[in-house]
Design a protein around this ligand. Structure first.
Ligand code: FEO
Ligand code: CA
Ligand code: CA
Length: 674
């Protein structure tokens, strides 16, 4: 059997240990978002509704013409993105991954292909700051935790200083107190020290790395570690951009509306061309108690009672009945300069406020910087920011101002097949593609609002409500975006949507319910990141490939691997898409993993599994180095669903679960995935 030939174990494995997300993780990570009604109750039409009213537009697009009718609807009129599709007559533009897929499993370890090795770089609790105490899980303190590596690693960024040295940024999204504290009682029984340890375990870390020899193995630096840094839920940071200082951001603690303590629930992120990290505040709502029940708080899923973690018992700022504006200071993209360890993290209000999954950047043809962003909630939207000013190579001070002025857009998508062809089953339409066109609808610039009734600051603080008013497309939990470094095409992971009814299916979200998610491919008009129109298609509809409702870009489904809940995306230097997963209860019943899929050429859609993560973990990171010699992976919440006393995982050391970051490399020095 050739090395790359597929072998696949029968699915599902439901009933064995592990596999899906536990209810505990849902509660701790996102405040049980999927167990509450979706907070988008706007009456924005699903695309099917739009389509029924737009027969004239359909006939025009089906004829392949660029139509005035589409313009009249405010919809982009582009031909589908079929020009660059896989075809037997086209040369294969990027090397095909040749490793043998890891098999689906429920093993409590990271499983990688033959020929590769792995190394745990850093674990929860290991010292980050010089002089930090060694970790003692039985005698942990908040003071120690604030100097040590935080909990639940999500986004991993990598800033290479030279051939052998680099800075690693890691988000610490949230805490699993049941797994962190022996004998944890929870609720009102949680001690103040436990609460403050949890606050200190949120945020992010920067650690210096060094390469081991000439390999793809990276280890903690043995040098001075002067760049090492911890950011927590208490670190002072500054609000910048058009909304900074607005009355909605002023509190008793900060009458200026510009200074905030901490960042919360930082999920995915991104890097800028000028070498800073972007980190995204996601499910910030769950940290705030006693919401008023106003439309603004409901739209962000804020509860009206106590929080699960009870931080409000020890820090009044988390009690909205006393400090109603405090929550308006969370839910932003935060820019962190790793080369200036003393710098304030900057909350960039120009990029809007929602459950930010991440922010990945690309330069427009004219040098303006573009950031793509998902709002991870069922039926929420995809966003894009385009800067007003241009990136200037080498001008760090100038570039650090780019995210404060520009235009914020939200995406409206249109399909090119008849609405009646989408019944929620996931069956392909008659034209054989889930595809169409779209437009980026401007919400505001830094000086002008385009949403009636909203000032610029109100658009940027109540972004979800402002977006509701312009009729964007309700998507199936838009998570990570990633532009291909080879083609410039942009990809978005749509994790799943348990609440989409069959009648709510449309061409961009063709299944209802959508249990396993899909991936969207966007081709900006003229391949210019600043374009306001685009073509799109769905190259991957996830699930068990033996099920009819899955689609792997038309590739032979007997030769691909199962995948559910695509979450974080990255690319290798050849333009192959790497997809990590965050499975949900009752999905495929297998451990989450990291998959690789070519998106160009003959093997477009040939999805392979590169790694699986331990029991209960979701596979975060990932990041492939520029030389493609290393992939970083951050298994988040191993042991999910258990307790410290009865863990479902003991990864990585066989004692108790510790969220950690690992690197994986080929022992013969080959590029990863090859
Ligand atoms: Fe924290 Fe949307 O995942
Ligand atoms: Ca179609
Ligand atoms: Ca995520």
């Amino acid at each position: 059997m050739p090395e790359s030939a597929p072998r696949r174990r029968q699915l599902p494995l439901i009933g064995q240990v592990g596999g899906g997300r536990s209810r505990a993780t849902c509660r701790l990570r996102c405040g049980d978002a999927c167990f509450h009604p979706a907070p988008n109750t706007s009456d924005n039409p699903y695309f099917g509704d739009i389509f029924a009213k737009a027969l004239s537009r359909r006939s025009v697009i089906q004829a392949g013409a660029v139509s005035a009718g589409a313009g009249a609807l405010g919809l982009a009129a582009l031909s589908p993105a079929s020009a660059d599709r896989r075809g037997p007559d086209r040369p294969h533009p990027s090397p095909r991954p040749t490793f043998t897929s890891v098999q689906p499993n429920n093993d409590d370890k990271i499983t990688i292909p033959r020929g590769y090795d792995q190394h745990v770089i850093i674990r929860w609790g290991e010292p980050v700051l010089p002089g930090a105490p060694e970790f003692d899980v039985y005698d942990q303190t908040a003071e120690a935790q604030a100097q040590q590596f935080g909990y639940n690693c999500d986004y991993v960024g990598f800033h290479q200083l030279d051939d052998d040295h680099a800075l690693l940024w890691v988000n610490h999204e949230y805490t699993n107190e049941e797994l962190m504290f022996p004998g944890y009682a929870g609720g009102d029984a949680a001690t103040e020290e436990q609460v403050r340890i949890a606050m200190a375990a949120h945020g992010g870390s920067i650690v210096e790395l060094q390469r081991e020899g000439r390999t793809g193995k990276w280890v903690l630096s043995t040098g001075e570690r002067s760049f090492n840094r911890r950011i927590t839920a208490d670190t002072p940071m500054r609000l910048t951009g058009p909304a900074a200082g607005h009355d909605l951001l002023k509190t008793a603690e900060d009458p200026t509306g510009t200074l905030v303590r901490g960042m919360l629930n930082n999920c995915a992120g991104g890097m800028t061309p000028w070498g800073t990290f972007l980190t995204a505040e996601e499910n910030f709502n769950q940290y705030f108690a006693n919401g008023s029940g106003s439309a603004e708080t409901r739209r962000y899923g804020v509860g009206t009672g106590a929080t699960g973690r009870r931080w409000e018992r020890f820090e009044e700022r988390f009690d909205l009945s006393k400090h109603p504006n405090e929550i308006n200071r969370f839910g932003y993209i935060v820019e962190v300069d790793p080369l200036d360890p003393g710098s304030e993290p900057l909350k960039r209000t120009m990029l809007g406020r929602f459950k930010h999954e991440g922010a990945t950047t690309r330069l427009a043809d004219d040098g303006r910087v573009v950031a793509y962003m998902g709002d991870d909630e069922r039926f929420d939207y995809m966003y894009k920011f385009v800067s007003a000013k241009k990136y200037v190579e080498g001008s760090r001070r100038h570039n650090l101002s780019l995210l404060d002025t520009g235009t914020l857009y939200v995406a409206r998508l249109s399909g090119n097949s008849p609405a009646e062809e989408f019944d929620g089953s996931g069956a392909l339409p008659a034209d054989g593609e889930f595809d169409g066109s779209g437009e980026w609808v401007a919400l505001c610039t830094d000086t002008e609002s385009f949403v009636p009734g909203f000032s610029v600051a109100e658009v940027l603080i109540h972004t979800r409500l402002a977006a509701d008013a312009v009729g964007p497309t309700k998507m199936d939990r838009p998570e990570d975006f990633e532009p291909s470094p080879v083609t410039g095409k942009v990809y978005c992971a749509l994790t799943n949507n348990s609440a989409r009814e069959p009648g709510q299916a449309d061409e961009p979200n063709p299944r209802g319910p959508n249990r396993h998610g899909h991936v969207l491919e966007i081709v900006e008009s003229g391949n210019d990141a600043a374009a306001t129109t685009f073509a799109w298609n769905v190259p991957l509809v996830c699930g068990d490939p033996e099920d009819d409702d899955t689609y792997y870009a038309g590739f032979d489904k007997s030769k691909v691997m199962p995948i559910s809940a695509p979450d974080n995306l990255t690319f290798d230097k050849d333009g192959n898409l790497w997809i990590s997963t965050d499975g949900q209860p009752g999905a495929l019943g297998i451990n989450d993993g990291l998959h690789v899929m070519p998106v160009e050429g003959r093997f477009r859609g040939e999805l392979k599994t590169f790694a699986t993560v331990p029991v209960g973990a979701e596979a975060c990171g990932p990041f492939v180095t520029e030389d493609s010699k290393t992939v970083f992976l951050a298994p988040q919440h191993p042991g999910d669903g258990g307790s410290f006393e009865a863990p479902t995982s003991t990864w990585p050391d066989g004692e108790f679960p510790r969220p950690s970051v690992v690197c994986i490399w080929h022992t013969a020095g080959r590029e990863v995935g090859r």
